[in-house]
Write a protein that binds this ligand. Structure first.
Ligand code: GLC
Length: 578
């Protein structure tokens, strides 16, 4: 039994005695989360009794980890200088490593970890992410996303592990344990998100409407949250989607009655980005939200609104006390009252070789070999190889969204290695690089053609959504790249970089070998280790693989639980060299 489930009476006494001393304004301050820049002055951290700070998109806290830590130390000193000296939590979207910090170890996104099915590896990755997040001043990560994606049109499929509930449940538990350490105080506080139904909206619309029945929600979507709670997860983030027409941020029955009461979740329910401005602060707090994320310029108005709502009885005092009790409980658990400051000694651990070796293992184990005719793979070291396509030598393009920037980057970033660099390490011949199919190299034995999706995050990646920048098939340019080499009669190995399964039936037929590489992150050379047979392929599909765009005519894509749409490859499919 995890220690967390048993009530820690000493902890509860500390929480209650501190809560009893707090004024209404101090309580509202604890529920307020601000961005670390322009939203807030150092004086206001103290004057408004702010409880937590977030870094995500936007100006960096400094030029290096030391400056990041120093900025947060300045803010922490303000919080400690308040009447009761309640320390700040610092939250960050470290969803595949500390990906907001350039130079950190960037792991494959969760879809690749789902393909690895390796819980021990997921726990190790979470532990390293916690260390590199602490090294940059944070003690709260908004990870893992435990969604069950029903439709690959959704722009966040890659943030989740799998469409299989059991795999997601097992990897969620590993992720929470890795992030939070195996004993209290936690290394960082983890966040299971987005509660609930984020990946199951009709037609995969981010923030859309989930029309599953309650029993389907309980059967398919709830188990990862139950596992996270059993593993002691410190926070749960509410979701932007509706559940049968009711916004999840205002869904008291799900947040308070089910999650807090029935499932005994005693941590923090944090809202998603500026949800108070979409759904109203009173509605979301009464539904059970404890921390309101990213209150920026209208900080005074927000706190005034909540204060008046409490004084007028619209928000019960007991609701405020429940929220603050949960916040204090997690601050004690994460060790903030013992040591509220970051440890400068951790900075030298950012991006170290040992961390990158784990990331390279994750890259290898995430790859799914979909086709390998006539032993095209493993590549021979003496073969004449051409690597084709901009994705073949661009670490930004191989890493997906939430890398350096919210929407990722299309440039190389610090300390990452590309697929081409990895192939050059193993080949004994000169490896030719054909950036855009115009090189026309002669007497080449095999072409490794790297194609796929440019980075995206959230609704930017929705297919058919408001942005509509992405599609279920490869771009015309990428289809032409493959066709160009096939017509030359050269053996073709396609490496697909994507945040989700795509409709590539034709390209699979055209190629001699085909690898689904998902979004590998900084250690692109891990792909070469599998292509040259240094390691065998181990990855198994975490999603059913579509055969045509017609597979998406309904609310959901092809999936393993609804035989109505036969996939090209079933869940669990994946070849290897043996
Ligand atoms: C975003 C995302 C959520 C993220 C949060 C903070 O809107 O939905 O996953 O943790 O805001 O960036």
């Amino acid at each position: 039994m995890d220690k967390k489930i048993k009530t820690n009476t000493l902890l509860e006494q500390k929480v209650d005695s501190l809560l009893a001393q707090m004024t209404l304004d101090e309580k509202i301050g604890q529920m307020t989360q601000v961005r670390h820049f322009d939203d807030i002055t150092l004086e206001d951290i103290k004057a408004k009794y702010i409880g937590s700070v977030i870094h995500t998109q936007g100006p960096l806290p400094g030029n290096d980890a030391t400056e990041w830590q120093d900025k947060f130390i300045d803010m922490q000193e303000q919080a400690l200088d308040t009447r009761l000296g309640i320390p700040l939590l610092f939250g960050v979207d470290a969803v595949h490593g500390q990906n907001t910090y350039e130079g950190a170890t960037i792991f494959p996104h969760n879809i690749g970890l789902g393909a690895s099915r390796n819980a021990d590896l997921v726990e190790k990755i979470a532990t390293i992410t916690a260390i590199e997040s602490k090294a940059t001043g944070f003690n709260w990560v908004f990870s893992p996303c435990v969604a069950i994606p029903f439709n690959e049109k959704w722009g966040r499929v890659y943030e989740a592990f799998s469409e299989i509930t059991e795999i997601t449940t097992e990897l969620t538990k590993a992720s929470v344990r890795g992030h939070q350490g195996l004993t209290e105080p936690f290394t960082v506080m983890a966040t299971a998100k987005h509660f609930i139904g984020d990946g199951a909206t009709d037609f995969g619309v981010e923030g859309g409407n989930t029309t599953l029945s309650l029993e389907e929600v309980q059967q398919r979507l709830l188990p990862p949250y139950q596992a996270a709670i059993e593993a002691g997860v410190g926070s749960v983030m509410a979701s932007f989607n509706k559940l049968d027409g009711i916004s999840m941020h205002a869904h008291k029955a799900m947040i308070t009655d089910l999650l807090k009461e029935s499932l005994h979740f005693d941590g923090i329910v944090v809202s998603d980005w500026k949800a108070y401005s979409r759904f109203g602060e009173t509605e979301i707090i009464n539904a059970g939200i404890d921390v309101v994320m990213a209150v920026d310029g209208d900080l005074g108005m927000f706190q005034e609104g909540v204060r008046n709502a409490v004084l007028n009885g619209v928000i019960p005092q007991s609701r405020i006390d429940d929220a603050v009790r949960r916040i204090l409980r997690q601050k004690f658990r994460v060790g903030l009252f013992d040591n509220p400051f970051p440890d400068k000694k951790l900075i030298k651990k950012i991006g170290i070789k040992k961390h990158r070796e784990v990331a390279r293992q994750a890259v290898r184990e995430s790859l799914v070999l979909l086709k390998n005719d006539n032993d095209t793979l493993p590549l021979r070291k003496a073969s004449k190889i051409v690597v084709v396509g901009e994705f073949g030598d661009n670490t930004g393009l191989q890493s997906g969204g939430w890398t350096v920037n919210w929407q990722g980057t299309t440039e190389n970033y610090k300390d990452a290695t590309s697929i081409l660099e990895g192939i050059r390490k193993f080949s004994t011949q000169e490896v030719i690089y054909d950036h855009d199919g115009s090189a026309n190299p002669d007497n080449v034995d095999v072409a490794v053609i790297v194609v796929g999706e440019t980075p995206y995050a959230e609704f930017f990646g929705d297919i058919g959504g408001e942005m509509n920048k992405y599609q279920l098939t490869l771009s015309d340019a990428h289809q032409k790249l493959i066709g160009h080499y096939v017509e030359k009669g050269i053996k073709v190995v396609v490496v697909l970089i994507s945040g989700r399964p795509l409709v590539v039936t034709k390209q699979i037929e055209q190629s001699n070998a085909f690898v689904a590489a998902w979004l590998p992150g900084s250690e692109g050379d891990g792909i070469a280790e599998a292509l040259f047979g240094e390691y065998d392929f181990k990855g198994k599909l975490p999603h059913s693989w579509p055969k045509s765009e017609a597979d998406y005519n309904g609310k959901y894509g092809p999936n393993f639980w609804d035989s109505g749409i036969k996939p090209l490859y079933p869940i669990g499919y994946g070849l290897n060299y043996k």
